[in-house]
Design a protein around this ligand. Structure first.
Ligand code: AMP
Ligand code: ZN
Length: 142
């Protein structure tokens, strides 16, 4: 399904021009319009899924394989020194476009973003840690 008001649906379908670096039947990969670093790209599924929770398992597998292959290609082509995969879900997590996308971010020594992709560290008590641990233990995947 496509969403008629979704900009990434339109870009993925080729209705809005983009700097596409790769395309196949399931995905379009474009350069980010406001890149964190040189070569920052986004993997967009051609179908509309708002976020990771909506992404079907089969597509989740395909997106990670594509990211792995593209990371290798981009690293060779750009000569970058490292690589971040970033994927935001929900406003609180920094998502601004509500069509699933995976950021491919080449990293360079001295790129000025060393302190950006990070978070403050919580100081949790042993009790709080144990509580969370108990809450999250899975014996079988849902
Ligand atoms: P997020 O904050 O994870 O939702 O990321 C959205 C990303 O989409 C941002 O990095 C934006 O710069 C990028 N973006 C928004 N509109 C466009 C567009 N028309 N073409 C390319 N990238 C875009
Ligand atoms: Zn969409």
């Amino acid at each position: 399904m496509k969403e008629s008001t979704c900009i990434f649906c339109k870009i993925a379908a080729g209705e809005i021009p983009s700097k596409t670096i790769y395309e196949d039947e399931n995905f379009r990969v474009i350069l980010d319009i406001s890149p964190a670093t040189k070569g920052h790209a986004l993997i967009l599924p051609k179908e509309h899924y708002a976020n990771l929770y909506e992404l079907p398992d089969e597509m989740a597998g395909k997106v990670m394989l594509l990211a792995k292959r593209l990371a290798a290609h981009m690293t060779e082509a750009l000569g970058c020194d490292g690589f971040n995969l970033v994927q935001n879900n929900g406003e609180v997590a920094g998502q601004t476009v509500f069509h699933f996308h995976l950021h491919l971010i080449p990293r360079y020594q001295g790129d000025g973003n060393e302190d950006k992709i990070c978070w403050n560290h919580l100081e949790l008590s042993q009790e709080e840690l144990d509580k969370i641990h108990q809450l999250l233990i899975l014996t079988k995947l849902p």
